[in-house]
Design a protein around this ligand. Sequence first.
Ligand SMILES: C[S@@+](CC[C@H](N)C(=O)[O-])C[C@H]1O[C@@H](n2cnc3c(N)ncnc32)[C@H](O)[C@@H]1O
Length: 324
Amino acid sequence: MSCRPSSLRVPNTALAVIVELSRRLRDLLLHALHKTRTPQSARVLTSACRASRRFGAGPALLGDIQGERAKTRVASRREHFDSMDDVGDFHSNHYLRLNQRRLEHLSTLGLPLTGRTVLELGAGIGDLSPFFLDRDCEVTSIDARPENVDRIRSNIAAYYAFYPSSGRPEKHRVRLFDLEKGDGAGLGTFDVVHCYGVLYHVADPARMIQLMSETCLHLCLVETCVSPGRQSAIHPTREDATAPSQAVHGLGCRPTRTWVFDALRSVFRHVYVPIAQPNHEEFPIDWTGTNSGPILMRAMFVASREPLDNLNLIGALPDRQTRC
Ligand SMILES: C[S@@+](CC[C@H](N)C(=O)[O-])C[C@H]1O[C@@H](n2cnc3c(N)ncnc32)[C@H](O)[C@@H]1O
């Protein structure tokens, strides 16, 4: 037998209905979020935690939401790592090490790269883009393969997944663009043009250097496979067009350093070579031989609109280099 005044019976029933409804709503929300454990749903749950605290939700409800948020955060990170399984040779140990050595080398050159607009040619899956994003640059990455372009987006999201409030991914644009078909006018102009690992994947490297010139306002950074020898030649080379990191049209080249240097000089007033090479087997430091041997040979060039007063660079092709 109840000793409550009869006037409270109605509100009590209404309260019970509201509590039941909100419990069901909560279950529905948690169920929906459980199915889509993404950084976004973790953010929704953070807002839910705040709202629940503000409206004085009981510890049980708050605990449920917080628990779900923790699980969602872990799952969304795991999902990002799992989605990296099909990135093929771009995430092989060989490739990862090459990236490390090339980027540490670039950072030792003392070039003015912070806060620039950057065009990244033949970006692969975007593993080099964070080098510039982390230096507050606005980066436009292009590649001719739709699957690489798609992967760039999820790859960049994964790089910054632990930092949902980082503004860096928003400064990144991605475009499908074939360097052998499109022209520079459609891309716009950029402070820095970054051309690592792609000049030797096109059949007509002179055309590509023309495109670099059309799009570059200040600095052009070129890293490419080359052939040994002092002569000027491009050495056309067949490639496997089905491999995601190779020439999209199946024909590339292995130009000599002389060819690259002169081609850059034909469109940029100032062309330099770093005194030091990256700490990697594919970057020779003695260029006096004429045989390439079994491994690829790589060289790096810096082309500029303005003269660069930089002790890490020389304005000619050195026979010998050091290590960075
Ligand atoms: C060796 S990967 C280099 C990736 C990255 N730049 C790096 O240095 O690690 C070459 C990239 O060039 C792209 N590529 C090949 N031919 C191209 C073309 N005609 N136009 C644009 N991108 C092309 C490939 O799809 C691939 O992503």
